[in-house]
Ligand binder design. Sequence first.
Ligand SMILES: Cc1ncc(COP(=O)(O)O)c(C=O)c1O
Length: 470
Amino acid sequence: MGNKLAPEWLKEPKDANAFPATIWPRDSRRTANGELEIGGVPVSELTSQFGTPLYVIDEDEFRARAKSVQKAFEDAAVRIGSTAKVYYAGKVLLAGAVVRWIDELGLNVDVASAGELALALASGIDPKRIGLHGNNKSLTEIGRAVSAGVGAIVVDSEIEIERIAAAAGAQEKVQPVRIRVNTGVHAHTHEFLATAREDQKFGISISDVPALVAKIRESSNLEFLGLHSHIGSQIFAVEGFAEAAKRLVKLHAELLNSGPVPELNLGGGFGINYVESDDAPEIGEFASQIADAVAAACIEHGISVPTLAFEPGRSIAGPAGVTLYTVGTIKDVNVEGSVRKYVSIDGGMSDNMRTALYEAAYTVRLASRVSSADQALVRVVGRHCESGDIVVRDDYLPKDVLNGDTLVVAATGAYCFSLSNNYNYLTRPPVVAVRSGKARLIVRGETEADLFDRDVDLHDKFASANKDSY
Ligand SMILES: Cc1ncc(COP(=O)(O)O)c(C=O)c1O
């Protein structure tokens, strides 16, 4: 009989030593000595060179996913007589190397703050291929984006129209803008809800949009690109996107009566598999059903299909990344007659906030060796002073899991490094890209000198310390 503490969706893995491609990077395999090899690099090499915790990005997997996501949306748009622009949502994983990959592959990039914008610009991507988001952009952010010449700023509230127009006017420029629409469609992972207005901070209600578009069109320093909507993240329900598209095309058609509306941006949010029971639609499925919904709505309103834009993040970076940890203490905790094994690792909610933040589910496997021991229900927990400091809430690991073993957690390429923090003054881990048997450090790990750099009283004491650490 299974462990009573296991959630219903969780099954004991049929082969605890396997790395199925539905969750893991395609070239994850066991070497002859039984350890995980990713991108042709055995984990022992990674851990001995860079330590743990360690974010590992399989560069080929990232590139392949970026290409296939781009192709899926482009093909779907062509099928309905249009074209598509794909923006990589930088918030999921942003680093100089990552922007370079995106740039080389011909995708655009989406940023949501002055810091993300500065990183993208410093990485050398053409500013015209950058979109800027944010529900509360500062005047400085707006000014920097306008002076850099970003291809689009997404207006999220009325006051931003004046602010962007003023910045563009002061610089004698014309700034292209979109309007983020609150479509009233909110998608959960498997279902969606449609109301008149979704109860959250982003976007402008459908009924308020025409007046704002008129205001944009009145300004000689603004160019109206079109509407934008992003209905949520980690969504499996394609119908949610289709409903949002239907509502947006109706509004888009109304706006065409008073001027040009060249584009329609339908955002990101395409779900991925984190655990074996997840069954996320293929990206081609999302793309083709959204295109069908757009095409049908365009026919209904008698308009031609505009250029489409999309902002996928997780579906590109998520499955390309894994995190390596070293096992520390282990405790068997008896809960009403059933045992849950608490396996503590050397990271936690500072390198993966998603479990604490969203009760996200993850998959964990033994990476440093194979084991044929029976499976134990485990909870993989971090080293922070917080009982909610959980990385993998429910999974199985071989019963003989030991202090010193390396564990690997799947699909941590999105929203892990970017959400990392210094709670309890832990240093944030490095990010390494693996490809063709080689590992390359793309973001070094923090040192104590980094940690205390801003502490005015301690800065000098730590400035020279720990320079060599990853
Ligand atoms: C405006 C916008 N676009 C795109 C994304 C990317 O979403 P995902 O990573 O789920 O594809 C987000 C994420 O929240 C977002 O806020």
